[in-house]
Structure formats: C-alpha cells, structure tokens
Design a binder for this molecule. Structure first.
Ligand code: ATP
Length: 134
C-alpha cells in the first residue's frame, strides 16, 4: 500500500516523523482528508485533534494551530504546539479548561481576552480528548 511522509514540528521540537497511510486535519475551511499523492495544498490549521492512520491503526495528535503544507507526497504540520497522546497531562488540561471557562464567564465577547480564553479552552478540550484516547 502506498504511504506518504508526515512531519509534525513545533518551534521547539520535531513531534512526529513517520510514513503514514492517511491524515485528517482541520484546515481553514474544515476537515481535509489527505491520502498519498495528494495535490499540493497549504492552509492554516485550526486547534484540533489530527487523525493519523499508520499500518492500519488510527492515532490522534493534539495540535494548537499553525499551518499544513502538502507537496511531493509529504505532509508537514507546522504547529504552535503539538502533543502525542502519551505526552499529555490530562489533569493539567482539565485545570486549563476550568481557568478558561472562568475567564469566559467574566469577559465580554468583544474583548481580546475573551478570544484568548476561547482558544485556551479549545486547546484544553483537544488535549483532554487526545489524552483520554490513549
Ligand atoms: P497551560 O495553561 O496548561 O500552560 P496552554 O494552553 O496555555 O496550557 P500552551 O501555551 O498551548 O499551553 O503550551 C505551552 C507548552 O506546554 C507547549 O509545549 C505544550 O505542548 C505544553 N502543554 C500544554 N498543555 C499541556 C498538557 N496538558 N500536557 C502536556 N503538555 C502540555
């Protein structure tokens, strides 16, 4: 079966580098499924759990925004942060979710802080989902 190279990198480290069968990521316009030999593609990424299929098995990886680039049978996710399921501290994410929810309850929707709290809440919810999926 044909595969493609998937690299997930953050400013701090290379999180993942493997040959995979399929990637499903949330791009600007919504979910995109990428199979080997996909046409060239570039898009911002939403805060999301990226689904990776390798050797017939599915794995989730938590991604907190960034970019996806596809070319020459290679998928690169340049993420602000990314964690594999085993790297996630679920209790830390639950605490972050509660902090964000409290901030959202206090703030007005047009505040910059409201937007920040919303993103923080999304990161925490993705981490909880991915961390519990292991
Ligand atoms: P917190 O408020 O718990 O720091 P955050 O959403 O503000 O959460 P980020 O700024 O997105 O955290 O991430 C900072 C660094 O900490 C990144 O390297 C990220 O991978 C890591 N990180 C954040 N939350 C977790 C977690 N629950 N488990 C493991 N690593 C985490």
């Amino acid at each position: 079966m044909s595969t493609m190279q998937l690299d997930i990198v953050t400013p701090e480290r290379k999180v993942y580098s493997e040959q995979v069968d399929m990637v499903v990521a949330r791009a600007a316009e919504g979910d995109i499924g990428i199979l080997p030999h996909h046409s060239p593609f570039i898009s911002p990424l939403q805060v999301t759990a990226v689904k990776v299929k390798k050797d017939g098995e599915e794995q989730l990886i938590a991604i907190s925004g960034g970019f996806i680039e596809v070319h020459d049978n290679k998928v690169t996710l340049l993420a602000e942060s990314a964690e594999l399921p085993g790297e996630i501290d679920v209790n830390r994410a639950i605490a972050a979710k509660e902090r964000a929810e409290n901030r959202l309850a206090d703030k007005k929707q047009e505040d910059l802080d409201f937007k920040r709290a919303q993103l923080s809440l999304q990161r925490a919810m993705v981490r909880i989902r991915v961390g519990k999926a292991r």
